[in-house]
Ligand binder design. Structure first.
Ligand code: ADP
Ligand code: MG
Length: 705
């Protein structure tokens, strides 16, 4: 077993022939610094130039290589320069090659009768199939141009570097691949047990797949060579997270062992009793807090499961011990909602609750800072809490809500606001994004996970229907009737027109806001007897806040909103949720939006309006939404329905991104990863070091723990 000593892969790219300082810099800008970085710069896909396909047999959407002779050339300038080259072959069919960008010499080189070999993806054009911007080569009549012997790799582009140069560099790096023994980290027994090829072989197969390689498996990312690398990468990340967790645990924390007087008082004042699940999770948290090691716990609870009160009761454990608690939420709206809940619950117990957000400025801010430094019991706020200048006197517990909106870094930064010496605060992270268990163990390997898997009683289940947009008038009539009975409704407007413009950063929010504005005006006209409100992401926080408050007070009947409507907003009297163009949203988002209703005692409903035609995927999603309201089942389904590549990535989970692994595609590997990590943590610390060094590296993508 090799230790973490420097290996051939650590050599700089500058040691390759033809790589000067400038090129090395370009490569470095894309994270390509060492030979190993090039080895792991794997093809995005492959092109099969090992055969020629007769034009007659071409299929739209199936990339293929074709050879034929130029039959006609046409240059046009209708809207923009255009070059069309018709080629024909022995199969008596014609294929059009179409170019929008070309040089004059290039256009002139296509002479009628010239032999052309090209590769690309045919699609239906005006006159039969055409390929736009094929890669091509003009051949002399007498050359006997050989076909490729293996699949051609297509690499992810590196800006400022031609595809051919990049391929050549990777080739040169592969020449320097030492024998397997010099690089292999996984012991032979382990490879056998999990049916994994050797490291060297896996890399070579992926860069230069032999002609008989299972292309379908490669395309779907389930080739043994891909599995080998993905498993190793996931394993390395898992080990790294577990190491960090151990390091954190070693820091020590203030044990919180209250008699429970304050919590008992709060519980007595609540208008409800805790559910079994809330009580169970609370007991676990209390046991964690009593330890002299920091708690590192994630509480997952479906929307409406009552996480806030659990957080408040946990906070009281610290308060009763004379320590401070910080509660951080990702948006001002959410943080303020927590502030209101905490004040309502805690101020009757004479517990000080301080507010700190970005908009708290001047005197108010210095006053808040002074109270925090002076030891105020509970501080609620946004990420303003982790800024410089915020100093606590005795911070013992950090609570973070809706974790997926925060990066791991922010969570760690708040931890650093801890006490003097090496002690760190206990950490409680709450999220309403249910993720399947195996995924949770990977995404949150540094946290213990528990779930509030029961909703408070007395909630009538949400009725969900899917309705064609053409029946919009019926929907409007339903709202009129519901609001006449004193109910309130949300109308969520998703981005309707996917224009080129909407791809530009920031444009999405603006267009969404405009669409919501239009809907707002339309509904205000159609429902003159109702008070209609509007909330969208482009409004100022103060405007959003006052609209939200009015909706909470029942002064607004119907609230038109964009999908930015905050996760976690709690208005129990709102019992109708309408989602326009529901077919465009993913399951997780639909579930979050639906979770805004069904919070009170009235029967709630959710109307998913869709536009036809529906894709198969959209149809399945809507079906899942009709069938179940269980967040965990929806999460499982989501994982199943998502295609590879549609990652549950950094933004959603606060996870580092992977080079090769794909949490969705590689979910079946996760149990093996867990089992291996268990074994390596106890038996082979040196192997753990080597794996972490290879994949996570010194880059320390997480703040050091
Ligand atoms: P979430 O888990 O989505 O953050 P909240 O904490 O906002 O949910 O709780 C949703 C609503 O349910 C709140 O109005 C809260 O007061 C109420 N609630 C919490 N626990 C219970 C319970 N055990 N019984 C009844 N209502 C509860
Ligand atoms: Mg919440």
């Amino acid at each position: 077993m090799s230790g973490p000593q420097p290996s051939a892969g650590d050599a700089s790219v500058a040691t390759l022939r033809g790589v000067g300082p400038q090129l090395a810099e370009k490569l470095a800008a894309h994270g390509l610094r060492t030979l190993q970085d090039l080895w792991l710069h794997l093809p995005l896909r492959y092109e099969d130039r090992t055969t020629l396909t007769p034009i007659r047999q071409l299929l739209p959407g199936m990339p293929a290589q074709v050879e034929g002779r130029v039959e006609a050339v046409e240059r046009g300038f209708r809207y923009r320069p255009m070059l069309r080259v018709a080629i024909g072959d022995d199969s008596q069919s014609t294929l059009v090659l179409r170019f929008f960008h070309f040089r004059a010499a290039q256009a002139a080189s296509f002479r009628v009768g010239k032999r052309v070999r090209c590769f690309g993806e045919p699609r239906p054009g005006q006159h039969g199939l055409e390929i736009v911007h094929p890669s091509y080569r003009l051949l002399d009549d007498d050359t006997d141009a050989a076909l490729s012997a293996s699949l051609d790799p297509v690499y992810p582009a590196v800006e400022g570097l031609g595809a051919a140069t990049l391929a050549r560099l990777i080739d040169a790096a592969l020449q320097r691949l030492p024998p397997n023994d010099a690089l292999e980290l996984l012991p032979a027994a382990m490879r056998e047990e999990f049916d994994l090829p050797e490291w060297r072989e896996a890399l070579l197969v992926l860069h230069r797949p032999p002609p008989d390689a299972d292309i379908a498996a490669l395309r779907e990312g389930r080739h043994p060579a891909q599995r080998r690398l993905a498993l190793e990468e996931l394993l390395a990340h898992q080990l790294s997270l577990r190491r960090q967790r151990l390091a954190l645990k070693r820091n020590g924390a203030q044990p919180l062992r209250p008699r429970g007087r304050l919590a008992a008082m709060l519980e007595k004042s609540l208008p409800f009793r805790l559910t079994g699940a809330q009580r169970r999770v609370l007991d676990t948290i209390r046991a964690d807090l009593a330890q002299a090691q920091p708690m590192l716990r994630l509480v997952q609870g479906d929307v409406g499961s009552g996480k806030t009160v659990v957080a408040a009761l946990a906070a009281l454990a610290a308060v009763e011990c004379g320590a401070q608690v910080a509660l951080m939420a990702p948006t001002e709206l959410l943080a303020e909602q927590h502030l209101n809940a905490f004040r309502a619950w805690l101020e009757p117990l004479r517990i000080e609750v301080v507010w700190l957000a970005g908009k708290v400025k001047g005197r108010a801010r210095s006053d808040a800072l002074a109270r925090i430094a002076g030891g105020a019991a509970v501080v609620v706020g946004t990420h303003a809490l982790v800024q410089d200048g915020v100093a606590f006197r005795n911070l013992a517990l950090v609570i973070v809500d809706e974790q997926h909106r925060f990066g791991v870094h922010q969570r760690l930064a708040l931890r650093d606001k801890g006490q003097e010496g090496s002690k760190v605060p206990h950490q409680l992270v709450m999220t309403a994004t249910p993720i399947p268990r195996t995924l949770a163990m990977t995404a949150y390997a540094d946290l213990d996970v528990s779930a509030i898997d029961e909703l408070p009683p007395g909630r009538t289940p949400i009725q969900t229907v899917a309705i064609n947009t053409q029946r919009r008038d019926e929907v409007v009539a339903r709202i009129r009737a519901a609001c006449a009975e004193g109910r309130q409704a949300y109308w969520v407007n998703t981005l309707i027109e996917q224009s080129e413009e909407s791809d530009r950063p920031g444009a999405g929010a603006r267009i969404e806001a405009q669409a919501a504005q239009t809907t707002f005006e339309q509904l205000s006209r159609q429902l003159p007897e109702l008070r209609v409100g509007l909330i969208h992401g482009r409004m100022k926080p103060a405007e959003k806040q006052s609209t939200m408050t009015a909706f909470k007070r029942g002064e607004i009947h119907l609230l038109v909103a964009t999908t930015v409507i905050e996760v976690g907003v709690d208005v129990p009297n709102a019992s109708m949720m309408l989602i326009e163009n529901a077919e465009r949203l993913g399951l997780a988002q639909l579930h979050q939006l639906r979770g805004r209703v069904g919070r009170g005692a009235t029967a709630s409903s959710c109307v998913l309006m869709y536009q036809t035609p529906l894709s198969q995927l959209a149809r399945e999603r809507l079906a899942v939404m009709r069938e179940t309201t269980d967040g965990f089942r929806i999460a499982e389904k989501d994982l199943e329905l998502r295609g590879p590549g549609e990652l549950l990535g950094t933004r959603q989970t606060g996870l580092a991104t992977f080079r090769i692994a794909d949490l969705v595609r590689d979910a079946p590997l996760l149990p093996s990863v867990q089992a291996l990590a268990d074994r390596i943590m106890t038996d082979s610390p040196a192997l753990a070091d080597a794996l972490i060094a290879r994949w996570v590296g010194s880059a320390a993508r997480f703040a050091s723990a």
